[in-house]
Design a protein around this ligand. Sequence first.
Ligand code: ASP
Ligand code: MG
Length: 403
Amino acid sequence: MSLIVQKFGGSSVRDAKHMRNVAGIIAETYLEGNDVIVVLSAQGDTTDDLITKAEEINPHASKREMDMLLSTGEQISVSLCAMALEAMGLPCVSLAAWQVGIQSTNVHSDARIKKIDSERIQAELDQHRIVIVTGFQGVDRQGDVTTLGRGGSDTSAVALAAAFRADLCRIYTDVDGVYTTDPRMVPSARKLEEITYDEMLELASQGAQVLHNRSVELAKKFRVKLEVLSSLERKPGTKIKEVTKVEKTNIAGVAKDTSIARIALIGLRHNPGVAFQVFDLLSKHNINVDVILQSIGRQDSKDITFTVHKKDLEDTEQILEEHKEALKFDHIEADDDIGKVSIVGAGLMSNCGVAAKMFEALYEAGINIQMINTSEIRVSVLLDEEDVNRAVKAIHAKFFDEV
Ligand code: ASP
Ligand code: MG
């Protein structure tokens, strides 16, 4: 007998028909003799609809009250799911996070799980009940409901799997796994049988939107075996784990991100401490910087180019202009018509041909690279935004269609 955590996303429980389908999957797992903890998201667009409702009343509502409101979506899902299982004659109980004791920080709308009490859920499992828990929410020290950030139900599921040392955490969604790139854009994209935690983290932070990033971090930390699969088709999904048996010569996938902007500081002094001054200033204003490139200095000046999120572009320019005298640069050049394309793969940096292959694909497509940035398992290039989709297709074809 195993303990299995099953998480279903909003689209998988969007109406009565889908909820019954989900109940069927849960029932099957339970009747095979497993202990089952279920985690649910709010039905369909419920969370967005609740936000709209709040805005109609008060566009500046406090985050505490927003959490009070948004947490109701998941509560609807778990009770309905329990009713569906009751109708099938199966023993079950639905629980909100505060009943379980999913203790979190008190940062409303972006709380972190600190600890999960095990007594209540364990008592229910001991009674052979299926336990259905609200995703996305926690309870703070005062007993107030918190939420974990949009998409946070994945994290609830992984945290429960870690706390109860589950044998497997299955994340059911409306896609049937993790693909080598977005299959809507590249029809020849392939589903991966397996992927490592690190690869999944890089893909998620480079724009692939399959799993909540924090859930993957947590899974890696506690070695939770994850599987992403479809709630509509009964077929194997993608397994996310520490080591995979994937051919190490190939990459795991290609991701794109068009939410970035580039800023160049031209004519900085060429002495120690300049980069420190610039990035210290930005970090004090909570501006995240991604790719950084410093030019080889001319006689007494140099340029530093970096990327920020598009939404931070204006603020960044303004902050830099305000400190122009202290930083002593000549002028700023900003460009928000850029995008980033990345390849991710566990064996990438120990295999020098891989980066060259990516650059070859771009060369053959006549696409100019503006900046390059690498990590142990990733190579990213900055391009004109209009070239991004073409670049993804060319790179994907190079790695996956040519034999
Ligand atoms: N219902 C929440 C959201 O829409 C949490 C989740 O679905 O994971 O963001
Ligand atoms: Mg989600």
